[in-house]
Every structure is written in structure tokens, then in C-alpha cells.
Design a protein around this ligand. Structure first.
Ligand SMILES: Cc1cc2nc3c(=O)[nH]c(=O)nc-3n(C[C@H](O)[C@H](O)[C@H](O)COP(=O)(O)OP(=O)(O)OC[C@H]3O[C@@H](n4cnc5c(N)ncnc54)[C@H](O)[C@@H]3O)c2cc1C
Length: 194
């Protein structure tokens, strides 16, 4: 649907023999190392979504100041302003969470201040909230643009397809983030399924 600049697909390796010197990390810990990479990438994905949402709001604000309906710019209507207020408030809250999480990750790697699971919870909170916030912003701004929003001429349709990839998958699906958040909030004994 989106992110056409990179291809997405799967691959399988069979009968692979790799000399010891090329091994990364400890033996039999590959899964954990991979997951650690996914974890760290969650804050980067979230930052991308915050940037995309920010740009969509800017494009939207330019548009509502320009577009006239019923004798005045759309920006003058409180119905539109309340929509913007809602987006702006959520945006600041989630952006602050993303900054805090990036700071925690830095501290974990550089000073060992936070443990991996503590940071994981925040990474999952970012990854759960930021893509959905971005998608919500794109949807609302598209609505502001009326029929023009529903065309490929409008720059937002491409962004909307792009941010949706982060809601669906890329660094873990939404429900998986919820599993991590509830597990690290409630405790593992309460969230174990088997
Ligand atoms: C654009 C894009 C790029 C990607 N790039 C990469 C990449 O570079 N490298 C890589 O390894 N992967 C990549 N992925 C894969 C991505 O990580 C997966 O798509 C994602 O983890 C979801 O897995 P799945 O597609 O198998 O869906 P599933 O795991 O089948 O999930 C389907 C649905 O079921 C829900 N679900 C699954 N398990 C549970 C559960 N236990 N409880 C409740 N609900 C559940 C999910 O929330 C989701 O809604 C990419 C995906 C996309 C869309």
C-alpha cells in the first residue's frame, strides 16, 4: 500500500554454515538480540510518525487558512479549531513520551540506568500511540480538505498509506505492544497465557 521506496518481503535460509568469527553475540541468543533491535527501532518508528503528523498538521493549517466556505476561511470555524485543538494536545503528549523514551534508551545503553524491561514498556507505549495518532491526524486533515483530500494530487494520501504500515506491523503489531505494556505494568504472573 505504501512506503514504495523500499521493498517488503520474506526470505528463508537453509543449510547455512557460518564460520564462528562472523557470529554476532552469544550462541543461542539470536532471538533476544533480534528482539532488542526491534525494541530500539520502536522509538525511531514513533519519531517518524510524530514528524509525519507534525507535517500533516502544518499542511492542514495552511489549507484551512486559505480555503473559503460560506464566506470565510475554514480556520475561522470552531468545529475545525476544536479538531485542531484535539490533535495538537495529543501530539504534544505523545511527542513528549517519545522524547522521554529515547532518553531512557540512551541512558540504558550508555549508563545502564534503566533495565531492558522497564524501557520496553515505554517503547511499546510509543509504538502503540504514535502511529495511531499520526493516522488520526492524516484522516482529520484529509476531511478538512474535502474532495481534494481524496485525490492523489493531495500530498496527504501518500502519508496516510505510509503511517498505516506502522499501525499494522513494522516493529510489532498494536496488540503485541499492549501485551508488553500490560505485562510490564501488571506483572508477568497475571499476563501469562499458558
Ligand atoms: C511495511 C512493513 C514493513 C515491515 N518490515 C519488516 C522488517 O523489516 N523486518 C521484519 O522482520 N518484519 C517486518 N515487518 C513485519 C511486521 O513486523 C509484522 O507484519 C508484524 O509484526 C505483524 O505480524 P504479522 O503480519 O505476521 O501479523 P499477525 O502476527 O498475524 O497479526 C495479525 C493481527 O493479530 C493480532 N495479534 C497477533 N497476536 C496476537 C495476540 N497474541 N493477542 C492479540 N492479538 C494478536 C495483531 O495485533 C494483528 O492485528 C513489516 C511489516 C510491514 C507492514
Amino acid at each position: 500500500m505504501g512506503r514504495m521506496a523500499i521493498s517488503t518481503g520474506g526470505f528463508k535460509m537453509t543449510d547455512v554454515n557460518m564460520p564462528e568469527e562472523y557470529r554476532l553475540g552469544e550462541e543461542n541468543r539470536g532471538f533476544y538480540h533480534t528482539m532488542e533491535g526491534f525494541d530500539a527501532a520502536r522509538v525511531l518508528v514513533s519519531a517518524s510518525c510524530i514528524g509525519a503528523a507534525q507535517r500533516a498538521m502544518e499542511i492542514g493549517m495552511d489549507y484551512i487558512k486559505e480555503r473559503q466556505a460560506f464566506g470565510q476561511p475554514l480556520a475561522k470555524y470552531q468545529g475545525i479549531q476544536f479538531d485542531l485543538a484535539d490533535m495538537a494536545a495529543h501530539h504534544e503528549a505523545i511527542k513528549t513520551l517519545v522524547y522521554k523514551t529515547a532518553w531512557m534508551l540512551d541512558k540504558k545503553y550508555k549508563e545502564g540506568t534503566f533495565n531492558a524491561l522497564e524501557v520496553s514498556k515505554y517503547l511499546s507505549m510509543c509504538k502503540y500511540l504514535a502511529p495511531h495518532h499520526a493516522l488520526d491526524v492524516f484522516r482529520r486533515v484529509l476531511y478538512w480538505m474535502g474532495a481534494y483530500g481524496y485525490t492523489k494530487e493531495c500530498p496527504l494520501e501518500m502519508g496516510m498509506r505510509g503511517v498505516m504500515s506502522y499501525c499494522i506491523g513494522a516493529e510489532g503489531a498494536a496488540n503485541i505492544q499492549k501485551i508488553v505494556i500490560s505485562r510490564e505494568t501488571l506483572g508477568r504472573d497475571w499476563t501469562r497465557t499458558r
